[in-house]
Design a protein around this ligand. Structure first.
Ligand code: GDP
Ligand code: MG
Ligand code: ZN
Length: 328
């Protein structure tokens, strides 16, 4: 072994064989790594040590990695760089070591909703906002199908503003169909890794097709007929943007590990509830049955919206039921 870093001694691997890249697709034992010049299919061997906390993880989409090239144009992942953050299917926050990681190094999560077909679903929005907050990832809402907005939807829109825009989550109103609002959305994506998540049918694939026309992703209208692409739906995919950055489509992924948050911890991930927590009589207050609860008072006084509080209680219930299952 050559111990001196500044002499160019004999090596079995030339520096050109080792390249840096980003994982854009992963199926477990293989993944595609995008480098400055090309996409390399690379083999993944086992799990990797991540940073100093001793956690190990398999490779996730969004990981910055080093790849050693083989003679046959494939490669082998030799290293995963420490992650800025991650979203998994199971644990969030402090239980990071046990989660199944779906996406790493995310700059923003955009929760896509549509005004109609389907209507906005605040329960869904909140089940994504919680893990986003737990992993300290900025989040916002993309309200698609603005071309379908009618006067009767004014109440739905006002409620979204009251639930989310008021407490700091941006809402971008767009239409993949007419192009309305798409420039503003595009500006938010430049040079960033942005996750698009949302229920099926809200227009995620349509939006990505407008943002990056060459991709030609199947929309639900097509896939319902052909059933094509179904087998890939459990995997997140990174699409690179010509303007720099990536969009991650997460088809078929309904939740990012909400159920593995501790009950007492949950309220910390509702940003407008957090300021009330210190004023509850019990430090372990879960804000559902306890007396002298500042959070319930906040709901009564209007600082916390009833919808968000309902979401909080629903997730709390789900966590408690989930815990029972785990303990069986
Ligand atoms: N009217 C209208 N329809 C849209 C818009 N965006 C998508 N759609 C339709 O909504 C359906 C679902 O779109 P798709 O992109 O497959 O949704 P995904 O399941 O979230 O990926 C398709 O029939 C699209 O044509 C829009 O802005 N306006
Ligand atoms: Mg889709
Ligand atoms: Zn309380």
């Amino acid at each position: 072994m050559n111990a001196s870093p500044d002499t160019d001694g004999a090596r079995d691997t030339s520096p050109a064989d080792l390249v840096a890249g980003t994982v854009i697709r992963s199926t477990g034992s293989w993944c595609d790594v995008r480098t400055d010049e090309e996409t390399i299919p690379a083999r993944v061997r086992g799990r990797f040590q991540l940073g100093e906390q001793g956690a190990t993880s398999p490779v996730a989409v969004g990981d910055r990695v080093m790849v050693k090239r083989n003679a046959d144009a494939t490669g082998v992942i030799t290293q995963i760089h420490e992650r800025k953050n991650q979203l998994g299917r199971r644990a969030a926050g402090r239980r990071v070591g046990r989660e199944h990681i779906l996406v790493a190094n995310i700059d923003c999560v955009w929760i896509v909703q549509s005004i109609r077909l389907p209507h906005p679903n605040p329960g869904f929005v909140d089940r994504v906002l919680v893990p986003a907050e737990a992993n300290e990832i900025p989040a916002g809402i993309v309200l698609n199908k603005s071309d379908l907005i009618q006067e009767k939807h004014a109440g739905i829109i006002a409620e979204l503003r009251n639930n989310y825009a008021r407490i700091g989550y941006p809402i971008l109103t767009v239409s993949a169909k007419t192009g309305e609002g798409m420039e503003a959305l595009r500006e938010h994506l430049v040079e960033k890794t942005s996750v698009f998540t949302g229920p099926s049918g809200v227009g995620k694939s349509s939006l990505i097709n407008v943002l990056e026309p060459g991709l030609d992703i199947k929309t639900s209208h097509v896939s319902a007929k052909t059933q094509k692409g179904r087998h890939t739906t459990a995997y997140a995919t990174l699409f690179s943007l010509k303007s720099g950055g990536y969009i991650v489509d997460t088809p078929g992924i309904r939740e990012f590990g909400v159920l593995y948050i501790d009950p007492w911890e949950l309220s910390h991930y509702f940003i407008e509830i957090k300021p009330y927590l210190k004023a509850c009589r019990f430090p372990t207050c879960t804000h559902d049955h306890e007396p002298d609860c500042a959070v319930k008072q906040g709901v009564t006084e209007g600082g916390i919206s009833e919808q968000r509080y309902r979401s909080y209680l629903n997730i709390l219930d789900a966590i408690r039921l989930g815990d029972k299952d785990v303990g069986r």
